[in-house]
Write a protein that binds this ligand. Structure first.
Ligand code: AMP
Length: 301
């Protein structure tokens, strides 16, 4: 760790207390520093470091939080098996450009007697929310807590978790939080598999099979580019591709309008292709965006 690019520091400052982080960042803002914030659950990979690198390029201080948030897991098994390696994560975050790393305990984020929850209706109960009851309530609650600790900042989120990104945008607008949300593109493996902390838990065979997710999304996109406008046709194509992979158990393969998650029968404007499937007991999600062209309708040149 020899870099001095992190706002001139030679080692990250590791902070465990919410009050301490708030006052350090408030003092930095008083000096005129801008803050970039990247909330994570650790097990950092190049998806996370791409967010940290973007913040490094755009902000004076870069804060990374590492907290495996228990309230967003709807399965105890998934929470228990979530990969954790705090030393690796601290080193990785620092090398990517973080100068403050916030590593609170569960007790710090959810003190005894804490009761408040943040609920963002509608978007929380479809797709991931439907399959993982309570998940988005946990996400909205922890993100709101982190935002109020960090204060005014740019916050970087991956498009990889598109529903989460839209939910966070909604809650920031609804609650008038002084946070600018920056969406960052999904980082992928060579075969297109989106990087995810959960990929570590795939067997070799499952890992190989998981490339089918991006393949299905890409085929859906190609159909749209060829002029197909029926949502049902695109969804059926993606479902058919997944059904040919015995290691995958499909949850959903759907097309929605990117801004409001509506499932219109005829595609138009900015749409998002969403997919979720299990490989063994590992649940993976992915998505891609497509701008539906106005011209070149099916059958026209
Ligand atoms: P997580 O640690 O899974 O909660 O993710 C922390 C942040 O990293 C979220 O904003 C994710 O959307 C983002 N992220 C996770 N995987 C990727 C990826 N492959 N590409 C870009 N961003 C990602």
């Amino acid at each position: 760790m020899t870099t001095t690019s992190n706002a001139g520091v030679i080692a990250p400052e590791i902070i465990e207390g919410a009050e301490e982080l708030s006052s350090v960042l408030e003092a930095a803002r008083m000096r005129g520093a801008t803050i970039g914030f990247i909330p994570t659950m650790g097990a950092l990979h190049q998806g996370h470091t791409s967010l940290i690198g973007r913040a490094r390029a755009e902000c004076y201080h870069v804060v990374v939080s590492i907290f495996v948030n228990p309230t967003q897991f709807n399965s105890q098994n998934d929470f228990d098996k979530y990969p954790r390696d705090i030393d690796f994560d601290i080193e990785t975050a620092f090398e990517a450009g973080a100068d403050y790393i916030f590593v609170p305990s569960v007790q710090e984020m959810y003190p005894k007697d804490s009761a408040s929850k943040v609920v963002v209706p509608n978007i929380s109960s479809i797709f991931e929310g439907e399959s993982r009851p309570g998940h988005f309530e946990g996400v909205a609650t922890i993100v709101t807590k982190l935002f109020s600790i960090v204060g005014r900042c740019k916050a970087y989120f991956g498009e990889k978790d598109f529903q989460q990104l839209q939910l966070v945008r909604r809650l920031v607008a609804d609650l008038h939080l002084p946070i600018e949300i920056i969406a960052c593109p999904t980082v992928r493996e060579e075969d297109g598999l989106a990087l995810s902390s959960r990929n570590q838990r795939l067997s070799l065979d499952e890992r190989y099979a998981a490339g089918i997710l991006f393949h299905a999304l890409t085929q859906g996109r190609i159909l749209i580019e060829q002029g197909e406008r029926s949502r049902q046709v695109i969804e059926a194509k993606m479902q058919e591709i997944l059904s040919n992979e015995p290691m995958a158990t499909l949850d959903y393969a759907s097309v929605i309008s990117a801004d409001n998650f509506l499932q219109l029968d005829t595609l138009a404007g900015e749409v998002r292709l969403l997919i979720a499937a299990n490989f063994g007991d590992v649940r993976l999600i992915d998505n891609i965006g497509v701008t539906v062209p106005m011209e070149n309708q099916k059958g026209q040149q």
